[in-house]
Ligand binder design. Structure first.
Ligand SMILES: Nc1nc2c(ncn2[C@@H]2O[C@H](COP(=O)(O)OP(=O)(O)OP(=O)(O)O)[C@@H](O)[C@H]2O)c(=O)[nH]1
Length: 218
């Protein structure tokens, strides 16, 4: 007599990858509402997202440049209720391109992974930037575009991160562990777990990275 073998489901995950994302945009567009750490399994791979936001007007351009250099992928956020924040998007996209221009990126055409994000789409009555405006900018810059509401949806910001990850994979541009990157990862370990893992805490407030520059070795 033979007993049926127990069904064993084996899930084999490749070693985790880490993707460093920088969230840029003018003040009050909703950057802080995006999660700070997120772990997801994408196509059988465990992916750690480490997410750093810039602090709108409070930061000087040198600080923003350092964060841009740290990042692997970028979400440039505006609020659909704020025309000025939309006008800032193009400048930030050019800055990212400029700072990440590298001979390693094959030829001149390859851009670093960037997405444009129009946030607060739930505020339909306060809209100052139409969906079409966002789409036109996206076409002109050849950068993917999403309209989301970080207030209403957890899935939408996660989809933004997922698309940046896919683009990085496509470009084969994961860069595991220069000294600078490992050092910053250590910094990320010190972040209180207030918005850890894959739960969105939309009430949580910004983590301050005023001391960010201290962690970048000369
Ligand atoms: N209605 C609505 N409000 C939002 C949304 N996302 C953020 N907010 C609100 O917009 C305000 C500004 O959001 P923050 O996340 O502080 O904006 P920020 O871009 O981090 O601003 P700085 O820290 O000044 O750079 C807060 O009151 C948020 O609650 C959204 O999708 N819909």
């Amino acid at each position: 007599m033979s007993f049926p073998r127990p069904l064993r489901r084996s899930v084999s995950l490749s070693p985790a990858r880490t993707l460093r994302l920088v969230v840029l945009g003018q003040s009050a567009v909703g950057k802080t509402e995006m999660i700070y750490r997120h772990v997801a399994v994408i196509d059988g791979e465990m992916v750690h997202f480490e997410i750093l936001d810039t602090a709108g007007q409070e930061e000087d351009s040198l600080q923003i440049e350092e964060k841009i250099k740290w990042g692997d992928g970028f979400a440039v956020v505006y609020s659909v209720t704020d025309r000025c924040s939309f006008d800032e998007v193009m400048r930030l996209c050019f800055l990212i391109n400029h700072l990440h221009a590298s001979p390693k990126r094959s030829g001149a055409a390859e851009q670093p992974p960037v997405v444009i994000v129009g946030n607060k789409k739930d505020l339909q009555f306060d809209r100052m930037v139409s969906t079409e405006d966002g789409e036109n900018l996206s076409k002109a810059l050849k950068i993917p575009f999403y309209e989301i509401s970080t207030r209403d949806s957890y899935e939408e910001p996660v989809a933004v991160f997922g698309s940046l990850y896919q683009e990085l994979l496509r470009q084969g541009h994961f860069s595991p562990g220069s000294f600078k990157r490992r050092t910053v990862s250590k910094l990320m370990e010190k972040i209180p777990k207030m918005q850890a893992s894959s739960t969105l805490n939309s009430t949580g407030r910004s983590l301050s990275f005023n001391s960010f520059r201290d962690y970048i070795p000369e």
